[in-house]
Design a protein around this ligand. Structure first.
Ligand code: ADP
Ligand code: ZN
Length: 625
């Protein structure tokens, strides 16, 4: 981990941005052309001393909303962040930009803490990152009173919400900032907050007068794809091979065993795949996370324990081997892809067994009825997304209260509209077979009866004598599975809560059983592992990143150059330059420092430090320049 804060060097650097306006800071320090929508408004609000509550999706660019004001306003900005690992990388990244940043948290020894406190007191810091438990100590508060402060930024502000999944009790005490430092603007930021949580944040942080800045939830660069499971391992391998060879990604599985098995599978195929789950030792987890951050092309196979605090901008795919429990979880997990705005894929396989398992787990859980009802609604919404025949993004955004007028053109249902078929008769047969066999059997057995199989169990049970025996020969076993999956997903059938997987009719299916209601079913795509490979992935923003690169040797050379610098300094490669910056370099082929300065993400400090090295690398791959 990057730890050395190196104050001797710091103190000799001139104050960074005194007297500059936000646009200048954006351009000179960060090397960016213009603010994104909302960013400019937020920055102006805070620069002018106002409070702000910011809701932006992951990758939306929240950091700049307080980093730029921190460099425009006099004094030190205090950034409260719950994740120590993230803090260290953010500070490292800022220092790369020539910004005077430091952190205070429990990982540092007394001496280091004292040096940082001294730098704060003497006005040598632009930004100080601080863990909440540290901030609320009386000693820290006193330090802050004696320092000149520009603003408070409260990152991951949803941690104050007791209903949320990341509740931190020390966040509650942050409301005292309003009384202790009434003149200092405060900005709270989060990526996950429905309206109720937003209100809660404003109340609990005493931000009742803050202006709210809410940007849409959409992550247009992420392509959403959900495929029925046929052979999950093979599907995963095919997907990675066809579209993400050499890319960095996350594969989520529900159980530790499956994490280990999947990591082994990927490793055996030559990928660098590392497991991550709560059953590993803390050291193993830290090491695997570290490799994921530092090395290129690492795939982490993980339970949901992995991801919180992963700020890596170039995760190119998130794959789900099991169904998440809710759309909130799905959106948060898939949201870890493509923070840099480049095309990325959220890919998932799911099948009948997932549906049955999740429904059973829910019914068997300890919660009271109210709790179960909420959980059931969440699961229904998740399954709904899996089975939709319209644009997935529209469904997803609608769930979060965000409306997308037209289909997105960058999800599987838009790219490959699923066919539907009139399933009225098939469904009637299926439901009636469940009924006739006594609602005591699992799906495979019921399908055997429908297809007139002559296996032992059927012969023994006498079910070849019932009226539904052999009436479903027109569909294959897989097609029947698709029918049953949709029936369970849509709540017409349920698996018995005792856990044996016996299918049972629900109240909802009555009109279907009687044939009084027609039903359209989704036709599962037949054994297509990737969605049309090149032809569809090259459409709109669904493009594979690698497809955009024509000069692979050049790309590799720039990455090698970056990696060498990163290793030398013990920071992740993206702290030197993001992929987006390397892309831009490769496109523009700058041959002078002036031209290089025009590349997005190349600010003054990096130009000075790395300009010559990268120009040389560019010359070596581009001899005619
Ligand atoms: P968030 O914290 O909202 O998830 P970040 O602050 O990490 O997002 O920003 C996501 C990415 O977008 C980063 O790579 C950042 O450098 C880049 N970015 C943010 N604002 C701009 C901008 N105005 N121009 C270009 N890139 C930007
Ligand atoms: Zn779509």
């Amino acid at each position: 981990m990057y730890m050395d804060q190196d104050f001797d060097q710091l103190a000799t650097e001139p104050p960074t941005a005194a007297g500059r306006n936000p646009e200048q800071v954006l351009h000179e320090v960060f090397g960016y052309e213009s603010f994104r929508p909302l960013q400019g408004d937020i920055v102006r609000e805070v620069v002018n001393g106002g409070d702000a509550l910011v809701l932006m999706p992951t990758g939306g660019g929240k950091s700049l909303c307080y980093q730029v004001p921190a460099l425009v306003r006099p004094g030190t900005a205090i950034v409260i962040s719950p994740l120590i690992a993230l803090m260290q990388d953010q500070v490292a990244a800022l220092r790369e930009l020539g910004v005077r940043a430091a952190f205070l948290n429990s990982t540092m020894d007394f001496e280091q803490a004292r040096a940082t406190e001294y730098a704060l007191a003497t006005g040598e810091l632009d930004l100080l990152y601080c863990a909440p438990e540290r901030l609320i100590q009386p000693r820290t508060i006193e330090l802050l009173h004696n320092a000149s402060l520009s603003l408070f930024a409260i990152d991951e502000a949803h941690c104050v919400s007791q209903w949320g999944h990341d509740f931190r009790s020390d966040y509650l005490q942050l409301s005292m900032l309003a009384q202790e430092f009434p003149g200092i603007p405060r900005i709270a930021l989060t990526a996950t907050a429905d309206e109720r949580t937003r209100k809660e944040i404003a109340e609990r942080l005493s931000l009742t007068k803050a202006r709210h800045f809410i940007s849409g939830f959409d992550r247009p660069n992420i392509q959403y794809r959900i495929t029925p499971k046929t052979n999950a391992n093979k599907q995963l391998l095919d997907f990675i091979k066809a579209e993400h060879e050499g890319d960095c990604g996350i594969v989520y599985c529900l159980s530790r065993n499956k994490v280990d098995a999947t990591a082994r599978l990927l490793s055996s195929k030559g990928y660098t795949a590392l497991p991550y789950h709560a059953g590993l030792s803390a050291e193993d987890r830290a090491r695997n996370q570290e490799r994921f951050l530092r090395e290129e092309g690492v795939i982490v196979v993980a339970t949901i324990a992995f991801g919180m605090g992963i700020d890596k901008p170039d995760v190119r795919f998130v794959a789900h081997m099991d169904l998440p429990k809710s759309l909130e979880a799905y959106y948060q997990e898939t949201g870890r892809a493509g923070r840099d705005g480049k095309p990325s894929t959220a890919w998932m396989v799911y099948g009948l067994q997932d549906v049955i398992k999740l429904r059973q787990m829910l019914e068997a859980s300890q919660g009271n009825d109210q709790f179960k009802r909420v959980e059931r609604q969440k699961l229904d919404a998740m399954l709904g997304l899996c089975e939709v025949t319209q644009c997935r993004r529209q469904v997803l955004l609608h769930y979060f209260g965000d409306n997308l007028e037209t289909p997105c053109g960058n999800c599987d249902t838009c790219l490959n509209p699923p066919e539907t078929w009139d399933g009225t008769v098939a469904v009637q047969k299926a439901l009636s077979c469940v009924y006739r066999t006594g609602q005591r059997f699992g799906v495979n057995y019921v399908i055997d009866v429908l297809r007139g199989s002559e296996n032992e169990r059927i012969l023994q049970s006498g079910h070849q004598a019932i009226t539904t025996y052999g009436i479903g020969q027109e569909l294959s076993a897989n097609e029947w599975k698709s029918v049953f999956r949709q029936l369970v997903a849509n709540g017409y059938l349920r698996a018995d809560p005792e856990g044996y997987g016996a299918l049972q009719l629900t109240e909802r299916c009555r009109p279907l059983l009687k044939g009084a209601q027609a039903i359209e079913l989704r036709k599962d795509p037949v054994a297509r592992n990737t969605i049309g490979g090149k032809s569809s992935t090259s459409r709109r923003s669904g493009q594979n990143v690698r497809d955009q690169i024509t000069d692979h040797a050049g790309w590799d050379a720039l990455r090698a150059c970056r990696k060498e610098l990163a290793d030398k300094q013990g920071v992740p490669p993206y702290v030197i330059f993001h992929d987006t910056t390397l892309f831009d370099m490769l496109e523009r082929r700058p041959s002078t420092l002036e031209e290089l300065a025009e590349v997005s993400g190349v600010g003054a400090a990096k130009l000075e430090k790395y300009g010559d090295v990268f120009l040389q690398a560019l010359r070596s791959i581009n001899p005619e320049a």
